[in-house]
Design a protein around this ligand. Structure first.
Ligand code: AMP
Length: 299
C-alpha cells in the first residue's frame, strides 16, 4: 500500500491504472476505521483492481459548534487496517491540499438535503457533496463505495453523480452493526458504557418497526409514532427525528410503499447518532433491511 497526500499524484496513479486496463475503486472516509469502513474496503477489493481509500476529515461538512476539532483520528491505526484489507492507495491529504484557496464553488443538491439530517445540520450536505465531487474529479472514472448507514448521504451522492454526469458508479454497501445492534460509527467512541447501552434503543425501535411492517402495518404516521415513542422513553436519549422517506428523493411518505428508508437520529451524551431501516415493497409484500451484524472487534 502506498500513502499519497498530493492531489496530482493520486490523479496520475488512477490515470495510469486505467491506461493499463485496470478498474479503480474509491472508498471516501473520514478515518478512525471500524467494521463499517472495512466492509466498504472489502467490497471495493472484491470488485476493482486499484482500491483507493481517501481519509480526510472534511472541515466544510462540520457546522459551527460541531465536533470537527475533537473528531476521532488514528492515522497509524487506519493505515494498518487499510493495509490489512488489501487497499492499494491511502489518500490522506491535508486541508491545504484539498482546499488550497478558500473555495467559492459549492455543490448543492436541492431538496434531498433539506430534510432529516439537513434540517438540523443545514450546511452539512453541501460540504459532503462538494468534497465527494472533488474526489470523483481527482480519481476519475471509478466505482465509489458508500455505506447505507448514511442513507441520506447515499441518496445525495447518487443524485449529484447523475445530475453532473460524473463517470462514477455509486455502490451502496449494507449497514454494519455491532452485536448489541448499535450501528458502527466513529462517533461511538464518544459514548460511555451506559450511554452505549442507551443508544441501542435506536436499533431496537427500528427492529420493532420492521416487525410491525411484516405484520402488515402500512401507515407511516403509526410506524413513526411507535419508533419515536420507544426512543423518547429511553433515559439519556434525545430524539432529533424519526421519518419515513423515499430512498431516492428523501421526500416524506404517508404509506409504506416502494423503496424507502425509516430514518432516525438522536443525541446520546456528546454524540449525535443516526440509524435507518431499509424498506422495499413488491406487490404488497414488504422486505426490510437492517444491515449485517459483526461481532469482531477491532484492536
Ligand atoms: P465516515 O468515515 O463516517 O465518513 O464514513 C465513511 C463511509 O463509511 C461512508 O460511506 C459511511 O456510510 C460508511 N460507514 C460508516 N459507518 C458504517 C456502518 N456502520 N455500516 C456501513 N457503512 C458505514
Amino acid at each position: 500500500m502506498i500513502t499519497l497526500t498530493d492531489v496530482d499524484a493520486l490523479r496520475r496513479r488512477c490515470d495510469d491504472a486505467r491506461r493499463d486496463g485496470h478498474t479503480v475503486g474509491l472508498v471516501p472516509t473520514m478515518g478512525k476505521f471500524h467494521e463499517g469502513h472495512r466492509a466498504l474496503m472489502r467490497a471495493a477489493r472484491a470488485d476493482t483492481d486499484l482500491v483507493v481509500v481517501s481519509l480526510f476529515v472534511n472541515p466544510t461538512q462540520f457546522g459551527a459548534g460541531e465536533d470537527l476539532a475533537g473528531y476521532p483520528r488514528d492515522p497509524d491505526g487506519d493505515a494498518a487496517v487499510a493495509a490489512a484489507e488489501g487497499v492499494d492507495v491511502l489518500f490522506s491529504p491535508g486541508v491545504d491540499a484539498m482546499y488550497p484557496d478558500a473555495p467559492r464553488t459549492t455543490v448543492h443538491v436541492e431538496g434531498l438535503t433539506a430534510r432529516l439530517c439537513g434540517a438540523s445540520r443545514p450546511t452539512h450536505f453541501d460540504g459532503v457533496a462538494t468534497v465527494v465531487t472533488k474526489l470523483f474529479s481527482i480519481v476519475g472514472p471509478c466505482r465509489a463505495y458508500f455505506g447505507r448507514k448514511d442513507a441520506q448521504q447515499l441518496a445525495v451522492v447518487r443524485r449529484l453523480t447523475t445530475d453532473l454526469n460524473l463517470p462514477v458508479t455509486v455502490v451502496g454497501v449494507p449497514l454494519v452493526r455491532d452485536a448489541d445492534g448499535l450501528a458502527r460509527s466513529s462517533r461511538n467512541t464518544y459514548l460511555t458504557d451506559q450511554q452505549r447501552r442507551a443508544a441501542t434503543v435506536l436499533s431496537r425501535a427500528l427492529r420493532d418497526a420492521a416487525d410491525a411492517l411484516h405484520d402488515g402495518e402500512r401507515d407511516a404516521a403509526t410506524v413513526v409514532a411507535a419508533v419515536a415513542a420507544t426512543i423518547d422513553a429511553e433515559p439519556g436519549v434525545r430524539l432529533d427525528y424519526a421519518e419515513l422517506v423515499d430512498a431516492a428523493t428523501v421526500e416524506p411518505a404517508a404509506r409504506v410503499d416502494g423503496d424507502q428508508i425509516l430514518a432516525v437520529a438522536a443525541h446520546v451524551g456528546p454524540a449525535r447518532l443516526i440509524d435507518n431501516l431499509g424498506i422495499t415493497t413488491h406487490d404488497g409484500a414488504v422486505e426490510t433491511d437492517l444491515g449485517v451484524v459483526v461481532e469482531e472487534q477491532l484492536a
